[in-house]
Design a protein around this ligand. Structure first.
Ligand code: 13P
Length: 259
């Protein structure tokens, strides 16, 4: 069975017009009308404030994802949201381990692993983000870094069937500097080999490994043709005004093209 192509839109906290009720509602409206490829799984991750709005208005075939989740099922943790609260609200996915949370919020490999366990225990599926900084790449440590990040999660969970691994090199996020197809394929292949060795043959065959970092309508086609690239996690381009309609179409078809 081929792995189902997967496209995630990570709607970050950009300046208006991208982060308002109106702009989010417009995107939802466009997505609802877009002739998306039914073979592709599409998941969008709005800021927490808009999760219920998006779930209420987005068509049922498309899933909503939180950008964060806490590692405890309940308790006095002001400002946090639990997996149970998300599933109760009809949310089936969460992002965990995004580099912006690792770097800016100081989230450690261990905390990310705890959050992954809590999310799975709370019946969520997880987009687990991993990736190296430019300094780590330049010093030849890319595979070591992603292996360390994966090992931390493996120490806390055994079942990877509800995890999508998102390889997002930090130097490619929001920079316009997309990984080359060779760079992406090399790391995705290494991630799949790690899954085969550390989790099992079935996990290696079935786990989607998606790419994120400056993906757009022009570069997505070639990336999608790489053997071990099973989809994308898209930041800025998923919010382009009046453009997300065709972007999602291109990503879904995996063909790329001009807007
Ligand atoms: P950009 O597509 O804006 O580079 O962001 C990628 C990303 O961080 C998705 O999670």
């Amino acid at each position: 069975m081929p792995r189902q192509f997967f496209v995630g839109g990570n709607f970050k906290m950009f300046d208006p017009p991208n982060g308002t009720i109106k702009s989010i509602t417009d995107i939802v409206h466009n997505l609802n009308g877009a002739p998306l490829d039914p073979k592709t799984e599409v998941v969008v991750a709005p800021p927490a404030l808009f999760i219920l709005l998006v779930r209420e208005h987005l068509k049922a075939e498309l899933e909503v994802c939180s950008q964060n989740v806490f590692d405890k099922p309940n308790g006095a943790f002001t400002g946090e949201i639990s997996a149970e609260q998300l599933t109760d609200s009809g949310i089936k996915w969460t992002l965990i381990g995004h580099s912006e949370r690792r770097v800016v919020m100081g989230e450690t490999d261990e905390f990310i692993a705890s959050k992954t366990k809590a999310a799975l225990d709370g019946s969520l599926s997880v987009i687990l983000c991993i990736g190296e900084t430019l300094e780590q790449r330049d010093s030849g440590r890319t595979i070591d870094v992603v292996t360390r990040q994966l090992n931390a999660v493996k120490a806390k969970i055994g079942d990877w069937s509800k995890i999508v691994v998102a390889y997002e090199p930090v130097w490619a996020i929001g920079t316009g500097k997309v990984a080359t197809t060779e760079q992406a394929q090399e790391v995705h292949k290494a991630i799949r080999e790690w899954l085969g060795k550390e989790v099992g043959k079935e996990a290696a065959e079935k786990t989607r490994v998606i790419y994120g970092g400056s993906v757009n309508e022009k570069n997505c086609g070639e990336l999608a043709r790489q053997d071990d690239v099973d989809g994308f996690l898209v930041g800025g381009a998923s919010l382009k005004p009046a453009c997300e309609f065709c972007l999602f179409l291109f990503f879904s078809a995996g063909t790329g093209g001009e807007c």
